[in-house]
Design a protein around this ligand. Sequence first.
Ligand code: NAI
Ligand code: MG
Length: 356
Amino acid sequence: MKIAILPGDGIGPEIMKQAVKVLNVLGERFELETADVGGAGYAGHGHPLPASTLALARAADAVLFGAVGDYKYDSLERSLRPEQAILGLRKELALFANLRPAILYPELAGASTLKPEVVSGLDILIIRELTGDIYFGKPRGVRECPDGPFKGEREGFDTMRYAESEIRRIAHVAFQAAQKRDRRVTSVDKANVLETFQFWRDIVTDVHKEYPDIELDHMYVDNAAMQLVRAPKKFDVLVTGNMFGDILSDCAAMLTGSIGMLPSASLDANNKGLYEPSHGSAPDIAGKGIANPLATILSAAMMLRFSLGRPEQAERIETAVKAVLAQGLRTADIYEPGTTRVGTDEMGDAVVKALA
Ligand code: NAI
Ligand code: MG
């Protein structure tokens, strides 16, 4: 099995090194091949997503991605900025389902801004559709307002749209993910106001007929936002569109305390995927050896589960991460008095040791 390793910029190479260490001690015969992406792609090849990197990503069974972005590239035109690499990979690899588990390990209950009893033991999965919705709908732009009370003024406008097949495929991902969890799906929409999301609700309800073992309920997005903060443990799998998912997944991320703990997966129709920590390249701490590598290591676990058919190896990694937290080891972002502060390398080594 071939895995494309794309470390990227900032803390990307530091955290990726730890995930590679972990992959190398699993006793599997993975072929790991590394390529430049983001600012590193631009610096070495003149483009944030060099053709050779894209070719590797296409040829691989899965992609493990670090993070991209560096302020030194801020003056470049938009198409050459490091962040274009991740957008390009999503588009070129047809990755339409973004999975973000929000898990709060009991040892980190004190790291959340919410009361421990509200979040401890939290284990929910947010599934965000990535290709449709108002983010990509056309027409869009700024024009002269054609009618209504503001007729004749300039107005900005976008178009919200979802094709039936786009809704069907993300609904299947959600129901199938729920089959491996608590068998409950909450579809989040705004069917009371938006035609697009009434359609979404109807299609999700129709796809649900193929999954009689899964409990489905529908929730309006404003209520879902409220419930995520009030009683997040009520959820199992949430599935929603691109814009609502963007917002709700960041909200859910913060329930767990540190962005340094959160993995993510972006999948295509055949469960091939790109796996990456939810955070960016953290230029403020890059090169200091203090970044938390656990989100990247846990992303590698998701990769083993969803793309490489090795759920038992994924569980081994997750168990090792829990063991390391139970030992009291903490990087700076999750440090609390009474625990032991470690650097990026030490954290990676501790996970490797726990695996053995
Ligand atoms: P960021 O996620 O890189 O950092 C936000 C804050 O969290 C910083 O204080 C950082 O030090 C901290 N942090 C992030 N990851 C951490 C880790 N593993 N351990 C400990 N602390 C961690 O977001 P920011 O600062 O908004 O963006 C920095 C750069 O990253 C920008 O160029 C941005 O465009 C890019 N970015 C890239 C993403 C990607 O590659 N998918 C996603 C988000 C941002
Ligand atoms: Mg976001």
